[in-house]
Design a protein around this ligand. Structure first.
Ligand SMILES: NC(=O)c1ccc[n+]([C@@H]2O[C@H](COP(=O)([O-])OP(=O)(O)OC[C@H]3O[C@@H](n4cnc5c(N)ncnc54)[C@H](OP(=O)(O)O)[C@@H]3O)[C@@H](O)[C@H]2O)c1
Length: 315
């Protein structure tokens, strides 16, 4: 079994399998139950955000588990995120998140997207008129303040291109410890991973299965015949192959399931090691797609696709 923790540039370790908590259809009770199940299965890393609405359920479940002695606060890793409408005041935004979670600190606080939204925009898919001028230097200063005040143990970013991180590094006193981005066998982030390796910024993969069953996701990854044949060869499942691929690239993977069997299956991806042949087969997948002129998953399914031009300098 591979190591289940990785050390970031600030010396803090992060569990490589994280549980996602963003769900449109699941209610608070379901989320709480799933967190309790996850803790029993060994999940120690939980991903939330103000905009997911899952902070209260996650916090409540963790609070109960800590009270019952199932786990100690120091043994879990909790991530939350600064929504675009709160860029003017990260400290107050994080204090509100901590109130939702019922916690004194989070382990990681991320700038959710490299976009600034008007203060009233509290829905996940902004409209064209909702955007404000991004002043990343001010936002990052606020993030550093959160760290200084002990409201979080680490700060990082999400959905940042390498160009965006490069300009952030020009003025950051504290570099981001992590960048959370969409990444799976059909959206591999090769350039970003290379850049992040050079700058010692950990990459965390969200939608590591491609988000099958989600409005914004696709089954193209778990139904891919190459992924299926690698799974068959190892007596594993396609989801485990996709997760193991992410782990093999040094990323942590943030996978969402509230189903007991699938949560267990996902955790067991830690036991699956892909060989060089498997990795090469997956490498070829993308080349085949490009040769056929098909679009990659990220650009066809993201609800942000129509707005991408507003921030993405690397399409
Ligand atoms: N930073 C960002 O901007 C950002 C964006 C998107 C997501 N995220 C984070 O990443 C997490 C995961 O992303 P995601 O939900 O988009 O994608 P995902 O984890 O790739 O996919 C989740 C979907 O796959 C299903 N699933 C889970 N395990 C499975 C398995 N073993 N076999 C088949 N289906 C399986 C889940 O359904 P069941 O629950 O029914 O199992 C759910 O519908 C989110 O919850 C969130 O915390 C961050």
């Amino acid at each position: 079994m591979r190591s289940n923790q990785v050390r970031m540039n600030n010396g803090i370790t992060i569990p490589v399998i994280g549980m996602g908590t963003y769900s449109l259809e699941n209610d608070r009770r379901t989320t709480e139950n799933a967190v309790h199940m996850a803790l029993k299965m060994g999940y120690r890393h939980f991903d939330t955000a103000k905009i997911y609405g899952s902070e209260p359920a996650l916090g409540n479940a963790l609070k109960d588990a800590i009270f019952d002695g199932v786990v100690q606060r120091e043994d879990i890793f909790v991530t939350s995120k600064l929504w675009g409408s709160d860029h003017h005041d990260p400290v107050s935004a994080l204090k509100r998140s901590l109130q939702n979670l019922g916690m004194d600190y989070v382990d990681m606080y991320l700038v959710h997207w490299p976009v600034r939204l008007k203060p009233w925009v509290c829905y996940p898919v902004p409209k064209e008129d909702d955007f404000d001028q991004l002043e990343m230097e001010k936002t990052w200063f606020g993030m550093e303040k959160c760290l200084e005040l002990g409201l979080c143990r680490s700060i990082g970013v999400s959905n940042f291109s390498s160009t965006k991180i490069e300009s952030l590094l020009d003025f950051a006193s504290v570099p981001p410890a992590l960048n959370q981005v969409e990444m799976h066998p059909m959206w591999r982030q090769r350039k970003l991973r290379e850049f992040s390796g050079d700058h010692k910024i950990h990459v965390s993969a969200y939608s590591p299965l491609g988000g099958p069953g989600n409005l914004w996701g696709t089954t193209a990854v778990v139904d891919n015949p190459i992924i299926e044949s690698i799974a068959l060869k190892h007596g594993a499942t396609p989801a485990q192959v996709a997760l193991s691929w992410g782990l093999s690239k040094g990323a942590s993977v943030i996978v969402k399931s509230f189903n007991e069997d699938r949560m267990k299956e996902n955790m067991e991806a830690l036991d699956l090691k892909l060989d060089d042949y498997d990795l090469l087969e997956i490498e070829k997948m993308e080349e085949d797609k490009i040769m056929k002129g098909e679009f990659l998953v990220n650009s066809t399914t993201s609800p942000y696709k129509s707005l991408q031009h507003l921030w993405d300098d690397e399409i």
